[in-house]
Write a protein that binds this ligand. Structure first.
Ligand SMILES: [Zn+2]
Length: 368
C-alpha cells in the first residue's frame, strides 16, 4: 500500500518534476557512439497518407510541433517543418527525408509509435517516425506523449532505465528495445529531469532558436494547419499575439525565420518589401520588384497594398545575392488557393518542389 502511495505521489508530483527527478539513480541511455543530429536540427516532413480522419484539420502536425518545442525548451535542438511529403517512411535506409507518418511497421495493438534513426559517421542523417493509426482512439495528451517519446529517439536517445521519464523503456541484449509508459496521460507531455539531462548531454543547453516572446525583427514563418498554407510576420506584436493564442490557434511556427532589415538599420542597397493581401484567398504576397508592385496595385480589389513589411536587398538578374547575404526563394503552390512559401534552405526547396510547389526564384536577399 505504501508502495502504491509512493508511486501515486510521484505521478502527481510529475507536474513539479524536480521533486522526483531520477531519484532511483538510473538514467538516460544514448545510442552506441552517441550519434547526433547535425547542428541539432531535425528537418521533418509529414505524410498524411493513412492519417486518421480525426486529424484531418492538421491537429497531428500541431502535436509534433508542440512535442518538438518541448525538447527545444530544454536543450540545443531545433525542429524545422519542411511541409507535407508523399514519401513513405523507411525502416533501415535513408532517403534524406525524415517523414512522420501513419503506418504500423511492427504490428501489434500496443505499438503506438516507432522511430527509426539512421546513422552515418556519428550523425543521425535521417529519422522516420511511424505513428500507429490506433492512436486515433487515444487522447491528444497521450498522442503528444508518444510523439515526444519518438522525437527523443530521433534526437539520439535510447530508452531510459528511469521508468518515470518520457523515454522510459527496456533495452534488450539483442539490440531491440521497447518503450513502456508508467506516466498518467496529463503528465506525458512533459519532459522529466532524466530526459532533459539526456538531451543536454548530446546537444548542450545553448538554444539555437530565437523564441517567443519575440523581441527581434526577424520574419517568422507559420503554417496554417487546416489549409497547407504558409504565413509570415515581421511584427513583434503580431507574432506574440499569434503564439499566445495557444491550442486554439490554427497556426504553428515551422521553426524557420529569416532576418531582414527595418527602416533604421537597412543598408543603402536595401529597398522596401511590400506586403499585399489577397482577401479572397486569405493569402499574402511579398515583393520588392517594381513591376510586380505595379501589377498588383493595378488590381486593388484583389490585392490590397498593406504597405512596407520589411527591407531587403534585390538579387541580381541571375538570382544571385551579394556576398554575405542570404537568398530567400519564393515558392508557389500553383493551386486555386494560391499561396507562397519563402525558403532559405535548398533542402527545404527540394522537398517542396517534389510535392508540387513551383520555384519562382530568389525573391530577396536578407541578413541571415
Ligand atoms: Zn521508444
Amino acid at each position: 500500500m505504501s508502495n502504491l502511495f509512493s508511486r501515486v505521489t510521484c505521478w502527481v508530483s510529475l507536474f513539479v518534476p524536480v521533486l522526483c527527478a531520477a531519484s532511483d539513480g538510473l538514467k538516460y541511455v544514448t545510442f552506441a557512439g552517441q550519434p547526433t543530429l547535425p547542428n541539432g536540427e531535425y528537418q521533418w516532413t509529414y505524410n498524411r497518407s493513412g492519417e486518421p480522419q480525426r486529424f484531418a484539420g492538421g491537429e497531428a502536425i500541431r502535436l509534433v510541433s508542440d512535442a518538438g518545442k518541448t525538447w527545444e525548451g530544454v536543450c540545443g535542438v531545433r525542429f524545422l517543418f519542411d511541409g507535407l511529403s508523399s514519401n513513405n517512411p523507411q525502416l533501415n535506409t535513408s532517403d534524406g527525408d525524415s517523414v512522420i507518418s501513419w503506418t504500423n511497421p511492427v504490428g501489434g495493438p500496443n505499438s503506438f509509435g516507432v522511430a527509426y534513426p539512421h546513422f552515418a559517421s556519428g550523425s543521425i542523417i535521417d529519422a522516420d517516425v511511424f505513428l500507429h493509426p490506433d492512436n486515433s482512439k487515444q487522447s491528444l495528451q497521450f498522442l503528444q506523449g508518444v510523439i515526444t517519446h519518438e522525437l527523443g529517439h530521433v534526437l539520439g536517445l535510447q530508452h531510459s532505465t528511469n521508468q518515470v521519464s518520457i523515454m522510459a523503456g527496456t533495452n534488450l541484449s539483442d539490440g531491440t528495445s521497447t518503450g513502456v509508459r508508467y506516466i498518467p496521460e496529463p503528465a506525458m507531455r512533459f519532459l522529466q529531469d532524466d530526459d532533459t539531462q539526456g538531451c543536454r548531454r548530446l546537444y548542450g543547453t545553448t538554444h539555437p532558436v530565437r523564441t517567443f516572446p519575440w523581441k527581434d525583427d526577424g520574419v517568422t514563418e507559420y503554417y496554417l494547419l487546416s489549409g497547407d498554407r504558409y504565413f509570415y510576420s515581421s511584427s513583434i506584436t503580431d507574432r506574440n499575439t499569434i503564439e499566445r493564442t495557444g491550442m486554439t490557434n490554427p497556426l504553428i511556427r515551422t521553426g524557420y525565420e529569416f532576418v531582414a532589415w527595418n527602416e533604421t538599420n537597412k543598408p543603402t542597397a536595401a529597398v522596401a518589401v511590400r506586403r499585399f493581401f489577397v482577401s479572397s484567398l486569405g493569402s499574402h504576397v511579398f515583393t520588392l520588384k517594381s513591376n510586380e508592385i505595379d501589377a498588383l496595385r493595378a488590381n486593388p480589389n484583389v490585392f490590397a497594398d498593406e504597405g512596407v513589411a520589411f527591407f531587403a536587398v534585390p538579387p541580381a538578374s541571375s538570382g544571385a545575392c551579394p556576398a554575405g547575404l542570404t537568398a530567400v526563394s519564393r515558392l508557389y503552390n500553383g493551386r486555386t488557393d494560391g499561396n507562397h512559401r519563402y525558403v532559405v534552405r535548398s533542402s527545404t526547396k527540394t522537398k517542396m518542389t517534389r510535392s508540387g510547389w513551383r520555384d519562382e526564384g530568389v525573391a530577396f536577399c536578407v541578413q541571415s
